[in-house]
Design a binder for this molecule. Structure first.
Ligand SMILES: C[S@@+](CC[C@H](N)C(=O)[O-])C[C@H]1O[C@@H](n2cnc3c(N)ncnc32)[C@H](O)[C@@H]1O
Length: 333
């Protein structure tokens, strides 16, 4: 058993009592003809065979959705098979607090999956799934994890405990945050995204030229100003914590090698999958809620009908010939 496999096994054991506290995985409705049971994972993802969870596979075989608990399903994926993990885990926010929705006070309730288990158990959970992700990452693979102060410090600490190599701390700034009704705090307007490589020896992939071109010819900074997703991105249905596609497109283009594999252990509405397919990568998404997987399958089906977009480069006025050539190379991929 390798070092990462041992870590993963230990974290799995530590997380077992926790799993009993969490809801049992939901079964998909039998009437669904979109998400069904099948014994094999998409071969194009290079993930081999799999016999536990119901799942959906895109017609082109590039996307696979697994239904169930991440801690269990991650353990069934082959070791060192994934180039990039994006995880938007429970932030442990839904604990009776309030926020402002459409100008009115509303309770924060994203779902039972978002309730805090207590500081210690939250950390045990974070460490367990981060360890399981580390096992499936390729040696040069990287992980991106989003969060607010409720969860991100635990995630960062767990990464340090597990020997991940921290690369960047992205500050996602939302230009249009809801106002703070209590007027006792600054308006919460950012989320943090930690980017880390599998371990200290990793030679991580970073498409520097593409990011520089996207930033109008200047080095891209770690503060990213992006709107929360609008209605157009929710045309297939709602998820309470959907991330903007612009954010995931940037992450996948920056850090996943062309044609590589992307995994999201907390799939939600499948934004990560949309970004992966749109940029020519393969995708594996896991969620315990079957209705979110159905929403995702509709979004992904839409993507498989479109041409792959390897360009989407925002060339600015200060483009030098060298950067332009780099951009053409990216566009040609
Ligand atoms: C924060 S949301 C992800 C949203 C996603 N990034 C998007 O753009 O739509 C987290 C998701 O993880 C799922 N989830 C929570 N705990 C889980 C677990 N232990 N195993 C699998 N899925 C889980 C929830 O059902 C929820 O859909």
């Amino acid at each position: 058993m390798g070092e990462h496999a041992e870590h993963a096994a230990a974290s799995q054991r530590a997380a077992q009592p926790l799993r009993r506290k969490l809801e049992a995985p939901l079964e998909l409705p039998h009437s669904s003809n979109i998400v069904g049971r099948s014994p094999t994972l998409a071969t194009t993802t290079g993930l081999g065979s799999h016999s536990h969870a119901p799942h959906w596979r895109s017609p082109d075989g590039r996307a696979t959705l697994l239904h169930g608990d991440s801690l269990e399903l991650l353990a069934t994926l082959p070791e060192a098979s994934i180039d990039l993990v994006f995880a938007d885990p429970p932030y442990f926010l839904s604990n009776g607090g309030t926020t402002c929705k459409s100008g009115r006070r509303a309770s924060v309730d994203k779902g039972t999956w978002d309730r805090s288990l207590g500081v210690e158990d939250n950390h045990t959970f974070n460490r367990a799934w981060l360890s399981a992700c580390q096992r499936v990452l390729r040696p040069n693979g990287t992980i991106w994890v989003s969060g607010t102060s409720h969860v991100i410090h635990s995630v960062g600490f767990a990464m340090q405990q597990l020997g991940y190599k921290l690369l960047n701390e992205i500050c996602w700034e939302k230009p249009n945050p809801p106002p703070n009704l209590s007027c006792r705090y600054f308006t919460h307007s950012t989320e943090t995204i930690l980017w880390a490589a599998r371990d200290r020896k990793s030679k991580h992939h970073f498409d520097y030229p593409a990011m520089r071109i996207e930033n109008g010819g200047k080095q891209m900074k770690s503060v990213w100003r992006m709107m929360a997703p609008g209605r157009a991105e929710k045309s297939y249905g709602n998820h309470p914590t959907q991330k903007p596609i612009e954010l995931l497109l940037r992450i996948v283009r920056a850090a996943c090698p062309p044609g590589g594999s992307v995994l999201d252990p907390f799939n939600g509405s499948g934004t990560t999958g949309v970004a992966a397919l749109r940029t020519g990568r393969s995708y594996v998404g896991i969620d315990r809620d079957g209705s979110y997987l159905q929403l995702t399958s509709r979004r992904l089906l839409d993507e498989t009908g479109r041409p792959i977009d390897g360009t989407q480069l925002h060339a600015g006025p200060v483009l030098t010939p060298r950067i332009a050539r780099a951009g053409l190379r990216v566009a040609a991929r």
